[in-house]
Design a protein. Structure first.
Length: 344
């Protein structure tokens, strides 16, 4: 690991070679055994943007295996061993790159952070440090929560999807939910959902134009995969937004949050008709709480003339009824759904 001492061009070319090696599954474990994770974070602190991008790509490859996740977490927790091998603040380094001038670096850093947060789980130390540190009252540097709000407004579909994924992870911890129960954050969730819907519509319009012109066979190589990737990105964004709303409905007390009093209600209703079954089930969960009249929110919506178009769609959800016990929060509410069965 002599490369840990190299700078300048030597560092860049070493990072390029390391990036290629990290993509080879058969030697990933060997790289980690040879202090490869130390090398990655050394490259991440480089002043050369290309070196940082290569290191982020290599980190993403290594985090795909259990040994890589463990090595990254261990590096964040280890004690000082020597001048060459010492602890790296994994969270602070990736957090800093999430505010980089380079959109590509932001995307790669957020992808890696999502993987680490999924690995360590809600409420972990890494979870807290990324979202809440540094404390806004003690530092002018942005924490993860501030970076999410900043990046959400950048017109890049993949970046916005990663922001939504981070918000979904953020909402999985009950103590974080009060940060989301305000008009600014609900407006932001609406904005992200609308962005995904717009991307889907553009995708459908493009397909329709291709069909009308008879150009299905004339597509350039890779174009179809690109279109499929964009559609997948939109689905992931919708799912993340639905997850945030569902977590707020289930975990926040009614005195602090009722979906029927917010701008999130139309989103939940729209998601009832989504093609993705996971999103539809989350939407049903969002409408499962008790409304102002003591009825289920779904019934209140049903009786509202504004949403009368929902009634013809209800038969589509008969298949969801056996799945309701999967959501422990819904078990006390299941009797309220019994009246729906004859109507389906």
């Amino acid at each position: 690991m002599a490369c840990l001492k190299w700078e300048g061009e030597h560092e860049y070319f070493t990072a390029a070679i390391f990036r290629e090696l990290s993509a080879l599954q058969e030697i990933q474990a060997l790289l980690l055994e040879s202090h490869g994770m130390h090398a990655v974070f050394k490259f991440l602190k480089s002043k050369v943007g290309k070196t940082v991008e290569l290191a982020l790509g290599a980190l993403g490859d290594l985090l795909q295996i259990k040994e890589g996740l463990h090595a990254c977490k261990q590096l964040d927790e280890m004690e000082e061993i020597s001048e060459m091998f010492h602890r790296e603040d994994v969270v602070a380094i990736l957090q800093n790159i999430c505010g980089s001038d380079s959109i590509e670096q932001r995307i790669l850093a957020m992808q890696n952070m999502c993987i680490m947060l999924d690995y360590t789980g809600p409420g972990s130390e890494i979870h807290h440090r990324f979202f809440h540190l540094p404390d806004p009252n003690e530092s002018v540097l942005p924490n993860g929560f501030s970076l999410m709000k900043t990046n959400s407004r950048i017109p890049n579909p993949l970046l916005q999807t990663l922001v939504a994924r981070l918000f979904a992870n953020f909402s999985s911890t009950e103590s974080n939910l009060p940060y989301l129960a305000n008009n600014d954050m609900m407006t932001l969730m609406t904005f992200l959902s609308d962005q995904a819907t717009r991307a889907e519509q553009e995708h459908m319009d493009k397909l329709k134009m291709d069909q009308e012109k008879g150009q299905e066979e004339a597509k350039a190589d890779g174009q179809e995969d690109m279109d499929s990737g964009r559609l997948h990105t939109s689905v992931m964004l919708h799912r993340a937004v639905a997850t945030v709303i569902a977590n707020m409905v289930v975990q926040l007390p009614r005195s602090k949050f009722q979906i029927q009093d917010t701008t999130l209600l139309p989103i939940a209703i729209r998601y009832l008709n989504d093609e993705n079954p996971r999103i539809r089930s989350l939407a049903l969960l969002c409408l499962s709480g008790v409304g102002k009249t003591g009825k289920c929110v779904l019934f209140e919506v049903w009786e509202n003339p504004m949403y009368s178009a929902l009634i013809p769609l209800l038969p589509m959800y008969s298949a969801l009824i056996p799945l309701l016990p999967m959501y422990s929060a819904l078990i006390p509410l299941l009797p309220m759904y019994s009246a729906l069965i004859p109507l389906l």
